[in-house]
Ligand binder design. Structure first.
Ligand code: SF4
Ligand code: SF4
Length: 343
């Protein structure tokens, strides 16, 4: 579920339903347990939250407004108390945390280092997010698995780029409104003897609440005006990714094939890494390490037959040999980049 504000923006923008990623079963994390190949598991006490998120001012304010006393609220208050990372644009990430995250990515230990667990991660509640309804665009669009494989990932990556840029532009816009056009509550007028932010620091919770109220009043078209041409370009990319998903079929659970889908006219094998070979089937990794597929060995052996000839010709040739690959199955292999259109 997207944060309500972002869900509204994206549905207004795309005019339709958004993909649901039902394979990413967060309450019973899909990256743990026996179903996950050794080496690709996340730690049960960290999941995919080994990341400290920057929070734009308007999300901080919205979280302050709605979070009741409890661990989620406490996690936010604790960050607001840290003046080193508490800024007019929102809650920043310290250089130390940034460096630790980069080291973690380089060492490929994402999801496996509890030392870099997010401050909003509620371990004692089984790994819930303490700011779920106000999490940022990165958190809101990341899934370990996608019901439509690489096609779904392309959509969410486009959504992440758009929301992240919107956050950057909106938190800057809020800062300009509040620092240069408003005095802190209780001040008769802007005190020129203080820097604009210094005057707000003792009242920074009010500042963040005001930022949330300012963004509440914006419609998506107004957000786009603030975001300018850079945001407009990302809107086009998101619309294209959404149209591609819709034209290829509606999103659905991994087990449900989508009817009447047409595979590309020419196909070749994608980059398929064999993770674990069994006597009947093989676990393969294609577009994402965290979304491996279990494919029958017989099917894997057929992939080289897609050698750049017309897909219909290859399917007809296989049919003459008594092997029927339905268009739906081929389209699903394309979704997961097992087969792909030639470059
Ligand atoms: S998105 Fe994160 S919490 Fe959800 S199932 Fe995947 S790894 Fe687990
Ligand atoms: S904000 Fe929530 S979803 Fe994002 S990393 Fe923290 S706990 Fe996880």
């Amino acid at each position: 579920m997207l944060p309500p504000r972002y869900a509204k923006w994206l549905t207004d923008l795309l005019g339709g339903t958004l993909p649901e990623e039902q394979a990413a079963t967060c309450s019973s994390c899909a990256m743990q347990g026996e179903a996950v190949a050794e080496g690709y598991r996340f730690r049960a006490d960290a999941k995919c939250c080994t990341y400290v998120p920057a929070l734009p001012n308007f999300l901080v304010g919205a979280a302050l407004r709605e979070l009741p006393p409890g661990p989620g609220r406490a996690s936010l208050e604790s960050r607001i108390e840290d003046l080193a990372t508490c800024t007019p644009h929102g809650l920043d990430v310290s250089e130390a945390d940034r460096a630790r995250y980069q080291a973690l990515v380089a060492a490929e230990t994402f999801g496996r280092d509890p030392d870099l667990r997010c401050p909003h991660y509620l371990a004692e509640q089984g790994g819930l997010c303490g700011i779920w309804r106000q999490r940022n665009g990165v958190c809101a669009t990341w899934f370990c698995k996608h019901d439509r494989g690489a096609a779904g990932q392309r959509f969410w990556q486009a959504a992440e780029a758009l929301l992240t840029l919107a956050e950057r532009e909106l938190c800057h816009w809020c800062a300009c409104q509040l620092l240069y056009r408003e005095a802190p509550p209780g001040a008769a007028e802007i005190d020129d003897s203080l820097s604009e932010w210094s005057a707000w620091v003792p009242l920074r919770r009010d500042y963040y609440l005001r930022a949330a109220a300012l963004v509440d009043e914006l419609s998506w078209p107004e957000v786009q005006v603030i975001g300018g041409p850079e945001l407009a370009a990302l809107v086009e990319q998101l619309q294209a990714a959404h149209a591609a998903l819709r034209s290829e079929g509606s999103a659905g659970p991994a087990s449900r094939l989508v009817a009447l889908r047409r595979p590309p006219t020419v196909l070749v094998p994608g980059t398929v890494k064999l993770a674990q070979r069994g006597p009947v089937s093989t676990r393969v990794v294609t577009y994402s390490d965290s979304d491996a597929l279990e494919l029958p060995n017989e099917l894997l052996a057929l992939l080289p037959r897609f050698d750049g000839r017309a897909t219909e010709q290859v399917l007809a040739e296989l049919a003459r040999e008594g092997v029927i690959l339905t268009p739906d199955l081929v389209a699903r292999l394309v979704d997961f980049a097992v087969l792909e259109a030639p470059a």
